[in-house]
Unconditional design. Structure first.
Length: 232
């Protein structure tokens, strides 16, 4: 658990200090949303996850390299510059590879047919939908916390992560179940989660409402598009 905590702190540091990492997270979430709307195959989805993971990994390694170089050589040195340039080159290669994978999945001669005929293909697996939605909500919360300039990734901030995840679960339940009683119970549970964040003083009412709005926007938009295309 201690090692896991340090790893999360390292990721949080890169997100706080490097805007490129925030761009990677945002683009990754958009790619996953599009993959759900176009109903890509399981293999295509795995390829997209591999591409996103490689880009994030390359950015993390590059940041670690830059930090060590700055520690070892505070003053300018040609070799330090070369080391940083090589690290940046690694990120560039990963981004090019991810772009090629994305192009292979999305950009095809039959792209218009894929868009127009998405509803004719089998609906994406429920785990695909939930995974994409959760990823998008988490990325939206992280970016909201960073751009809000308050709190940390783990406590406080402009967006309540607990409220966002709770209300996304509520939207998911509404999409997956036709039972009004189940809807009502899940909504009450989401409200209790949001209330707990306010009562403990971790978030204000405004921050909880923003978290709920993020979840409703992401979940409602994603499930709404899928339902219109025959997925619900």
């Amino acid at each position: 658990m201690e090692s896991f905590r340090h790893a999360i702190e390292g990721l949080a540091y890169v997100l706080h200090t490097h805007r490129h990492m925030r761009y990677h997270f945002l683009i990754g979430a958009v790619v996953l949303l599009v993959s759900a709307i176009l109903r890509v195959t399981r293999v295509e989805l795995l390829l997209l996850f591999v591409a996103i993971t490689l880009v994030v990994l390359a950015e993390l390694v590059n940041t670690a390299l830059e930090t060590v170089v700055d520690l070892a050589s505070p003053e300018f040195h040609p070799l330090a510059k070369i080391a940083k340039d090589i690290g940046g080159g690694g990120v560039l290669v990963a981004c090019i590879g991810a772009t090629l994978i994305g192009a292979g999945v999305f950009v095809r001669a039959d792209v218009l047919e894929r868009l127009q005929g998405a509803q004719a293909r089998p609906a994406p697996h429920v785990l695909h939908i939930v995974l994409v939605g959760l990823t998008t909500v988490v990325v939206a919360v992280i970016l909201g916390k960073l751009w809000g300039g308050r709190g940390t990734l783990f406590r406080g901030g402009l967006v309540s992560a607990h409220s966002a995840l709770a209300f996304f679960c509520f939207v998911s339940v509404c999409y997956l179940s036709a039972d009004v009683l189940v809807w009502s119970l899940s909504f009450v549970l989401a409200l209790l989660v949001a209330q707990s964040r306010v009562e403990t003083g971790v978030h204000t009412l405004r921050e909880v409402l923003i978290g709920g709005a993020v979840a409703l926007a992401v979940g409602g938009g994603l499930y709404g598009v899928l339902s219109m295309r025959g997925g619900g």
